[in-house]
Design a protein around this ligand. Structure first.
Ligand SMILES: C[S@@+](CC[C@H](N)C(=O)[O-])C[C@H]1O[C@@H](n2cnc3c(N)ncnc32)[C@H](O)[C@@H]1O
Length: 279
């Protein structure tokens, strides 16, 4: 059977399951099956596929049919300017989190040495993206999840940054270290009772999403802790939920942080807050 016909079969299956991205998803899954680029698939669409290749492809399509995210099926996700290995132990890097990288790069000049802390490092996408563009910076990265740290280390190795990132398996509450110039964090911030309604919860780790009863449990810890971990004039860049701007800015002001700016995500919600520890 030709590649094009197999593609169509897969697309039919995903279309029936109401997966809006069925076309592109099948191209990606075919690309994984045949280990060639999507462009090459389209260029070679009249070529015949072997029986075992079709089986492998349909197996991937069936995983997608059950709503498994493409990033877990392919074990890879593009973020900022790079690709990162992903698996079910980490949150899939989101385009909205790229604002944290962009803001960090605005704060740190190209030739500066700065000490960074990434709280809840997950796949490592944030700190790795920043360090790749700021060659004199070093980063400490913490996470509660042993398996997330395992993957973050693999990504750091892949991007040849192992000598500039140190990993710690720690709750932010129990992390004591020297003073940092910049803290970045994309913490879990979904309200506990809302988690069950998320499509992704079947596959994504709860620990990466669960912000407790009010969605702010981890954010509160991070703000309190950052007060001690940051140098005076050090910056805290936080990702927040779409409806958390007022509560989080209030929490920051209570701890004497100055709000430098808030940044909207691609859906026009305030998603990121840049603040400064003033004393
Ligand atoms: C939303 S994910 C963010 C992952 C990654 N930084 C990103 O932006 O894709 C939050 C991460 O925080 C970790 N985490 C949750 N609670 C934590 C805590 N109290 N202390 C440290 N890390 C925590 C989770 O294991 C998870 O990896």
């Amino acid at each position: 059977m030709k590649i094009i016909d197999n593609l169509k079969d897969g697309q039919e299956i995903l279309k029936k399951t109401n997966i809006p991205s069925y076309k592109i998803d099948c191209e990606i899954l075919m690309s994984k099956t045949l280990n060639i680029s999507r462009e090459d698939i389209l260029l070679n669409s009249e070529k015949q596929m072997k029986k075992e290749e079709r089986e492998k492809y349909l197996n991937l399509v069936n995983r997608r049919k059950k709503k498994e995210p493409i990033a877990y099926i392919t074990n890879t996700k593009s973020f900022w300017r790079d690709k990162f290995i992903t698996n079910e132990n980490v949150l899939i890097p989101r385009p909205d989190s790229e604002h944290l990288v962009e803001q960090s790069l605005k704060i740190i000049k190209k030739n500066q040495f700065k000490r960074l802390l990434d709280i809840g490092v997950g796949s490592g996408c944030l700190s790795i993206s920043i360090l790749k563009e700021r060659l004199y910076c070093k980063c400490d990265a913490i996470d509660l999840s042993k398996n997330a740290l395992k993957l973050a280390k693999i990504n750091a190795n892949l991007h040849q940054l192992s000598d500039r990132i140190k990993f710690y398996k720690r709750d932010v509450d129990n992390f004591y270290n020297d003073k940092y110039d910049l803290i970045i964090s994309n913490p879990p911030y979904i309200k506990k009772h809302k988690i069950k309604y998320l499509d992704s919860i079947i596959y994504e780790p709860k620990i990466a999403l669960d912000g407790g009863l009010d969605g702010l449990e981890v954010i509160k810890k991070i703000i309190s802790k950052s007060k001690h971990l940051l140098k005076i004039n050090g910056k805290l860049i936080l990702e927040i939920g779409y409806d958390q701007k007022y509560k989080v800015t209030k929490l920051l002001k209570e701890k004497n942080f100055y709000i430098n700016k808030t940044i909207r995500d691609y859906g026009n919600n305030i998603r990121c807050i840049v603040s400064t520890k003033i004393n």
